[in-house]
Design a protein around this ligand. Structure first.
Ligand code: AMP
Ligand code: GLY
Length: 423
């Protein structure tokens, strides 16, 4: 098979890496890709942007690409799947209608309410004064969300009414552009977050191993929200009992209601869950794609060939597949970020030590990197995901940290407490 992966993050490097482990996969293209996909044997980067649908289609048809796998939410929300399907290509990832589950928090919330999926109580507003009165009536803490895609920055967990009001103001004043036409205000939930990435063909839905990520920039889960600073799987908090509830109370109802609305959803449905101290489960959000960095810890443990599962989703025969199988052991990943991320940071710093980290047994998934004249340089906020595997989390984390210690670039920052709950 020839497979084209759309995107340029750590998630896409991990997808390309996993797909290439199968005997059935002869060539992977990654567009635009990063430094890691540029140097991986069997993988070739293309200079096409994720929203250049026509060019991606032309290339795929010319080269006989068998399947296009879409990593990020933005091309999905812009309809890449719909377009490529009309050109006769096989695409892993939902259509534009399905991607609304991530691209509009108001739409997603109303879907959950209609399906009876447990989620935080919420209300949707189009004007600041009404939103502010609601906040005053509810009290703090309270969560204010821009409706649309805002690169993970559109959610403000406000600890005071003033903070919530100023978040409402800035969203309606256009801080997140058109993503802020609606504001969703939600009850603040407490507990531990778990990410369940599930594969679906629109009829059957099967979860992958549950993962936990660390969203905050600072140690002890403090400071600004990021795309994720580290992750581990399988998350022990998601016990078999909890996973059974996720299946029957969240995943199956979600697919059923999408189907009842005429949406044939094939790809990944990612449920971001909050598990309360009493074990009660609520959905914080749905995403229409693989998580990043969750993918970097889930895929290394997958034993079933990934392309077989993806094809079964596209061809609507996931229900006929044998159960998904997993390798024994656990995985953990630590993100090396550019100094200053998630605010301003510099790019173009030379990275050294990746080969040494890999010689110590770690797997390095590259994210914000670029290959320039034989040198890997930084090209983004989250730069590398150094992943370790072990019989237990202590071993996996030791391997990841031993690896990251041999890597250097100017301004490199990483959290030293990834996995503190499971060590
Ligand atoms: P979302 O994009 O909706 O998942 O929100 C991003 C992050 O904001 C989540 O991963 C949580 O850490 C936090 N968050 C979102 N909704 C809530 C909520 N209702 N209560 C507490 N924290 C929340
Ligand atoms: N790691 C969170 C996400 O992918 O949305």
């Amino acid at each position: 098979m020839k497979i084209l992966v759309v995107g340029n993050g750590g998630r896409e490097h991990a997808l390309a890496w996993k797909l290439l482990q199968s005997q059935q996969v002869e060539q992977v293209y990654c567009t635009p890709g990063n430094g890691g996909t540029a140097i991986m044997s069997g993988c070739q980067n293309l200079p096409l942007k994720v929203d250049e649908f026509e060019k991606i289609s032309q290339f795929s048809l010319q080269e006989g690409v068998d399947m296009v796998v879409v990593g990020p939410e933005i091309p999905l929300a812009k309809g890449i799947t719909d377009y490529l399907q009309t050109q006769g290509l096989m695409v892993f990832g939902p259509t534009q209608a399905g991607a609304q589950i991530e691209a509009s928090k108001a739409w997603s919330k109303s879907l959950m309410q209609a399906a009876g999926i447990p989620t935080a109580k919420a209300a949707v507003f189009t004007q600041a004064p009404e939103a502010k009165s609601y906040v005053q009536a509810q009290g703090a803490p309270i969560v204010v969300k821009a409706d649309g895609l805002a690169a993970g920055k559109g959610v403000i967990v406000a600890t005071t009414i003033e903070q919530a009001e100023s978040a409402i103001e800035s969203i309606f004043q256009g801080q997140f552009g058109s993503a802020g036409k609606f504001v969703v205000i939600e009850e603040c939930l407490t507990g531990q977050e778990v990410s369940v990435l599930a594969l679906t063909d629109g009829l059957t839905i099967r979860p992958l191993l549950p993962a936990q990520d660390h969203k905050r920039i600072g140690e002890g889960d403090t400071g600004d929200n990021t795309g994720g600073m580290g992750a581990y799987a399988p998350a022990p908090i998601a016990t078999p009992e909890i996973m059974a509830k996720v299946q029957t109370e969240v995943l199956e109802p979600a697919i059923a209601i999408l189907k009842s609305r005429g949406i044939d959803y094939r790809g990944v449905l990612y449920a971001g869950l909050m598990i309360s101290p009493l074990g009660e489960l609520k959905v914080l959000e749905f995403n229409c794609r693989f998580g990043d960095p969750e993918t970097q810890v889930v895929l290394p443990l997958l034993a079933t060939p990934l392309e077989e599962l993806m094809l079964a989703c596209i061809q609507q025969r996931l229900g006929e597949m044998p159960p998904i199988t997993w390798k024994s052991g656990v995985a953990a990943t630590v993100v090396a970020a550019s100094g200053g991320y998630p605010s301003n940071y510099e790019k173009g710093k030379a990275i050294s030590g990746i080969a040494q980290a890999e010689a110590l047994g770690a797997t390095v998934f590259q994210a914000g990197t670029q290959l320039l004249s034989q040198q890997i340089i930084t090209n983004g906020g989250r730069v590398l995901n150094v992943t370790g595997i072990g019989d237990n989390f202590q071993q996996a984390l030791d391997q990841a940290y031993a690896g990251i210690k041999s890597i250097e670039f100017e301004g490199m920052y990483y959290r030293r407490d990834i996995g503190y709950r499971v060590r």
